[in-house]
Design a protein around this ligand. Sequence first.
Ligand SMILES: Cc1cc2nc3c(=O)[nH]c(=O)nc-3n(C[C@H](O)[C@H](O)[C@H](O)COP(=O)(O)OP(=O)(O)OC[C@H]3O[C@@H](n4cnc5c(N)ncnc54)[C@H](O)[C@@H]3O)c2cc1C
Length: 332
Amino acid sequence: MVSPLSLSKKVCVIGAGPSGLVAARELRKEGHSVVVLEQRHDVGGQWLYEPNVDSEDPLGMDTWKRKQMHSHIYRVPEPFRNEVVVVVGNSLSGQDISMELVEVAKEVHLSAKSLNITEGLSKVISKHENLHLHPQIETLQEDGRVVFVDGSWLIADTILHCTGYSYTFPFLDTKGMVAVDDDRVGPLYEHTFPPALAPSLSFVGIPRKIIGFPFFEAQAKWIAQLLSGKRTLPSREEMMRSIEEFYRSRDAAAIPKHYTHDIGDFEYCDRYGDHIGFPHLEEWRKQLCLSALVNADVNLEAYRDSWEDHELLQEALQSPHFTQLGAEDLTF
Ligand SMILES: Cc1cc2nc3c(=O)[nH]c(=O)nc-3n(C[C@H](O)[C@H](O)[C@H](O)COP(=O)(O)OP(=O)(O)OC[C@H]3O[C@@H](n4cnc5c(N)ncnc54)[C@H](O)[C@@H]3O)c2cc1C
């Protein structure tokens, strides 16, 4: 229920992905009036699958004239039939896409920063004769040659960059009060609030390597309650001190700036929630997350279809998140 003393603000939410949607819901629940702007034809963000995308995504590297694209353009393996493809990056997208490509491509060459790979990827490579692991690319040459840092080379038809995603806010002019520097969006108190502008401007969904949806929900609730005056932020100076302290701790741990928002810490999510009395992550949720990661490491090809944490899943299904749903929502 909305307290009669709380302020109602007009709030614009940019983006209708999971972060924007939960922000809109929590803002509405808190009594604010909300407009959501979405540039695509429907809501869902990354979860809105669009089968048809522009197939051309030239990455502006002049010397190498053949096909190059980023993984966000990739949909199905068929266009790469009989090609020699270099996949750059062996993280989630690079691994998934390589496993699809090996079925149709002539050769798939996976270029990784480190040749120290997981057991799961190692098993996949030894199973497929047309899948090869290489170190990083050193140069690309005009004749289609891709040269790796160990001196080995090959002629490829396509290079597929599975190198992750970067933050960018081309529509937002904060006169430098929030800037993106090597994937650090800052300064942001608790990855959410620019001290000079919050809570008039706040960010939802910046952290990575977290269990996203409950975290976004906590962010949304905090923002909604700040705007209604139910809560207040620390002073600008305190927020800046906290941010600088955070940056120092990351430097001390030798974590590059590029990974500022990679959290990878359940306790941080709980501490974040404590600012607004948001429930801590349930034990089953943490365990399911960890067991899926371990299963993916060991059993890369099959981890989505076979798992051994059935009892955790049963526990999850008993939780209100699922018991509130109708039977038709629960198809696994
Ligand atoms: C390849 C990939 C796989 C992933 N897999 C998983 C997974 O399995 N599980 C998981 O939990 N997370 C996964 N994630 C993380 C994913 O980012 C989050 O689950 C979630 O989608 C983040 O929500 P978001 O709303 O912050 O961002 P997004 O989902 O990216 O949504 C942002 C929305 O904002 C819109 N937008 C952007 N700029 C503007 C503008 N100027 N005006 C209007 N609208 C705008 C976009 O069109 C989009 O709809 C994956 C991410 C990627 C890239």
